[in-house]
Design a protein around this ligand. Structure first.
Ligand SMILES: Cc1cc2nc3c(=O)[nH]c(=O)nc-3n(C[C@H](O)[C@H](O)[C@H](O)COP(=O)(O)O)c2cc1C
Length: 339
């Protein structure tokens, strides 16, 4: 692929990649957190503003269709920085009802030649109570971004699967007032049993419980699914989502199928980035063919072409994670310029 390398790829990435992946992540988030708190720096960043490619979906106005995928800002600490970098929407989380440390380290692995990551973080996050307080403080001090904010919620590790619905409800009640949309994450591979919530009866139970809570200010509900579903499983999930008026499907989370990488690179965990591209696109295409529910595509977007592929497959919006780690914020401009 012939493309020029920007400042991030030439200077910032080598520095970050000289550190272990999680240290680099904390350093970046710490910096963006400070950026988020500085009106001066935010104004300076805004002078690089990207062309506007507005889109209205779920009753929300997106300045452009490129979003930040869940997992990068799990605790919602850098909202205004993401918006200043040009993201058209931001998804924070996964947030769980209880604060939790996640799995033992190391738990994020880079595969640079494959432009991929494997992670088994296991939903390390501050928990719904603290995150709700943080979001309230940002909103009350007018430090809130001008783009839609989604909140992705999941099950706490200690909660047995049979009580998963109550666990989701706890986070939902606390966080919905801050969210433009809520994502039910039932597809991360690093919380034992979580993916079982994709089974039709369990999913229907969760969706009904959430629907019975909507109150006077209903928020669009997204369901984030795994790329490892069979055709039959996908069909059943779509039927349940349609029956329960799910607003959108996020396709996809990371994959447990590591057959696209050499066995010596294997680590336990979810694979993301370029090796996930085709599988995620195929799922987006399948959903668009079978259903009218809008799709937010995530998985293996690392340049304008791989983003266009998702839109051509039927996605309405896209989200970035691994591509951002390898390409930096310039990836946003590259995609938007070619939309
Ligand atoms: C280190 C890491 C942490 C992630 N954490 C979450 C998470 O907490 N919740 C979630 O729904 N997805 C999470 N994801 C999945 C991403 O949101 C995204 O769906 C997936 O990585 C595919 O997109 P990509 O190929 O652009 O990375 C995580 C991904 C990575 C690489």
């Amino acid at each position: 692929m012939n493309r020029s390398r920007g400042t991030y790829e030439r200077f910032v990435r080598p520095l970050l990649f000289s550190l272990d992946a999680e240290t680099a992540h904390h350093l970046t988030i710490g910096l963006l957190r400070r950026v988020s708190q500085s009106d001066l720096v935010l104004r300076a960043l805004k002078s690089f503003q990207l062309p506007s490619k507005p889109k209205t979906l779920f009753g929300l106005n997106f300045p452009n269709p490129i979003g930040l995928a869940a997992g990068l800002d799990k605790n919602g600490v850098a909202l205004r920085a993401w918006a200043a970098l040009g993201f058209g929407f931001i998804e924070i989380g996964t947030v769980t009802a209880k604060a939790q440390p996640g799995n033992p380290k190391p738990r994020i692995f880079r595969l640079p030649r494959q432009q991929a990551l494997i992670n088994r973080l296991g939903f390390n996050n501050d928990g719904a109570d603290i995150i709700a307080q943080r979001l309230r403080a940002q909103r009350e001090s007018q430090r809130w971004p001008a783009v839609p904010v989604g909140i992705n919620i999941g099950k706490s590790r200690v909660t047995p699967l049979e009580q998963a619905t109550d666990d989701y409800l706890y986070s939902f009640r606390l966080l919905r007032e801050f969210a433009d949309y809520i994502t039910l994450n039932i597809s991360s591979p690093n919380t034992p049993g979580l993916r079982e919530l994709q089974e039709p009866q369990k999913l229907a139970h969760l969706l009904r419980a959430i629907a019975s809570e909507v109150g006077t200010d209903p928020k669009p509900i997204m369901v984030k699914i795994s790329p490892d579903l069979s055709a039959a499983e996908l069909k059943e999930i779509l039927a349940v989502c349609e029956e329960n008026r799910v607003a959108g499907i996020i396709a996809t989370n990371t994959t447990l199928d590591h057959s696209s990488i050499s066995p010596d690179l294997h680590q336990e965990g979810g694979l993301s980035g370029a090796p996930l591209r085709e599988k995620a696109t195929a799922l987006v295409r399948e959903i668009a063919a079978q259903s009218t529910i809008p799709v937010i595509a995530s998985g293996g977007i690392y340049d304008a072409e791989s983003a266009r592929e998702k839109f051509e497959a039927g996605a309405q919006l896209v989200q970035l994670y691994t591509g951002l780690v390898y390409r930096g914020p310039r990836l946003l401009r590259e995609i938007i310029d070619k939309l």
